[in-house]
Structure formats: C-alpha cells, structure tokens
Design a protein around this ligand. Structure first.
Ligand code: AMP
Ligand code: ZN
Length: 276
C-alpha cells in the first residue's frame, strides 16, 4: 500500500474507534512540527469542521518560527487560526516561568510547559465551543509514554492516555473537552515522510529549550529500535487498556482558583503560578 493510503486509512480507523461524527467541531493544537501540521491537513482532507490554535510560549525565535508555519497551513487550508499569547494572557513568557519556578523547584522544563499547555488548551477549547481538541501525538510518542509508565512501576498512569482522553464528570458539566490523538497508530517516520510527500512546511527538530529527562533518554533508546518493537509496545497497550481503564481514578475536582479540571483542590498550573 502506498504511504499516503496507509496513513490516511490508519487515521480513518482511529477516528472511527473514537466515534467522531462528521459534524463535530475540532480544535487542532498546532505546534509547528510535522505531526500537528500533517494532522490538520489530513482532517481537512476528510472534511471535518476545524479551527487551529497555536500556543505562543514566547520562547524567542523558535516560538516565532513555529507560529509562522502554523499560521501558514491554516491560511492555505482556509481554517480559522487562533494564537494564545502567554505573555499577554498570563503576564509571563515561558522562559520567565521556567526561571521563576526553577529557583525553588527541580521540575523539568518540558514538564512545566506540558502543564501550562494542557491548561490553556482546555480553557480555550471551552471558550471556542468545540467538541474535541486534537493533538499530533504519534505512535512513537505513545509507545514512549506507555513504556515509561511501566518502567516507573506505574502502568496505571497509562489509563489517562489512549486515542481519547475522557473525563465523564468533566464532560457532563462541560468543563472538560476530550482530547483526541488521530495519529496514535502512525509511526513517526511515516508522518515525516507524509509531510514531505505533501510538501507541507514544518519546523524540524526538537524545542531548543527541552532538557534531558528520563523520557528523552527513553526516546533516544526507542528511536534506535526497529518499527516492530514500537508497534508491539502499542499492541500491548491496547491489550491491557481495558484493565487499566477499570483501575482509573475518574473522580474529578475543579480547581478552587481557576475552576479548571484538577486532581487536587488546586490545579497544577495554579500551583506553579503561586511559586514566587
Ligand atoms: P509535544 O509535546 O511538543 O511533542 O507536542 C505534542 C502535541 O501537542 C503536538 O503535536 C501538538 O498537537 C500539541 N502542541 C505542542 N506544542 C504546542 C503549542 N505550542 N501550541 C499548540 N499545540 C501544541
Ligand atoms: Zn487552577
């Protein structure tokens, strides 16, 4: 099968499993990388109602370059494009946030970014009244996460991953927008080839501010493994997912400060905002 057909049929199958309806409104989270750029291209080709969002973390020239390609693809495809400017909205660039938090705390830069991005995505998706948020996570990303949780002795954490992140209580109250990963079963290398084949413009390489972490060491290890190994990890994930789902703690609180979904009384983002 040709690469184009292979990937598009993998995405179609995943969307079917998710149960996505044709008239659902999807907010695509664009990072400027090959994954999210290819994702928005494929979803548009399939005829979904889309909007795009780029979270501008204001990390120098890198953020600007990623913003430019994200805007470009939306303009080309005729998709409404939103930019969330962290400096304007929250009063600080991510570089400043990192500095402030790291004076007191040993948190990894990518972990800090991750907390803010999830918080922003959910809040903006609610404001825009969309049904889903779609991210560009691919099979390699997901194999990494599942494998990492096993090595950490916490496979239960993987109950929160998968093709769709649900939160029944949050969805009922309209406070949580489900996140979907249509590229879940697509190999990273295939996404790269697809983006090249379609002449899509994207920013190559990882974020220059990412720090070495256990996840990155694991990514470097998995990168050297044959494709079957990564596919096997995901097959194992699928096998045990029904059991993981039963172990999932689905109680959901809402942050006392910002009202966003949270596991604790105060959400992670508000906890990080409090560090002076
Ligand atoms: P990463 O965690 O950087 O590998 O990104 C995973 C996915 O999160 C990407 O494919 C995007 O869908 C989304 N994402 C990452 N960074 C941003 C950003 N700055 N703005 C919007 N979405 C993002
Ligand atoms: Zn909060």
């Amino acid at each position: 099968m040709k690469l184009e057909q292979k990937i598009e049929s993998q995405v179609k199958k995943t969307l079917k499993k998710i149960g996505l309806k044709k008239d659902s409104k999807i907010l695509v989270a664009l990072s400027g990388g090959k994954d999210s750029i290819s994702l928005i291209y494929i979803l548009k080709k399939f005829g979904y109602k889309l909007e795009g969002i780029y979270i501008d973390l204001k990390m120098g020239n890198y953020s600007q370059r990623c913003l430019d390609v994200s805007r470009e693809i939306c303009e080309e495809l005729g998709i409404k494009f939103h930019v969330y400017d962290i400096e304007k909205e929250l009063g600080e660039s991510m570089l400043k946030i990192h500095k402030r938090i790291k004076r007191k705390n040993k948190l990894n830069s990518c972990a800090i970014c991750g907390v803010y991005k999830k918080w922003i995505m959910n809040k903006e998706a609610k404001r825009m009244n969309v049904d889903y948020i779609a991210t560009g996570h691919n099979l390699d990303d997901e194999a990494q996460t599942f494998f990492m949780n096993i090595l950490k002795g916490a496979p239960k954490l993987s109950a929160n991953t998968g093709i769709i992140t649900k939160n029944p209580e949050g969805i009922k109250t309209g406070k949580f927008i489900p996140r979907i990963k249509p590229l879940f079963f697509v190999l990273e290398e295939d996404v790269r080839k697809y983006a090249k084949l379609k002449n899509l413009r994207f920013i190559e390489g990882k974020c220059p501010y990412s720090e070495i972490s256990y996840r990155i060491e694991l990514r470097n290890f998995l990168e050297k493994q044959p494709e079957e190994i990564k596919e096997n990890i995901i097959k194992n994930f699928e096998k045990i997912y029904p059991r993981l789902e039963k172990m999932k703690d689905s109680r959901m609180k809402f942050c006392e400060i910002c009202g966003e979904p949270s596991r604790n009384d105060i959400c992670k983002k508000c906890q990080l905002m409090r560090i002076k």
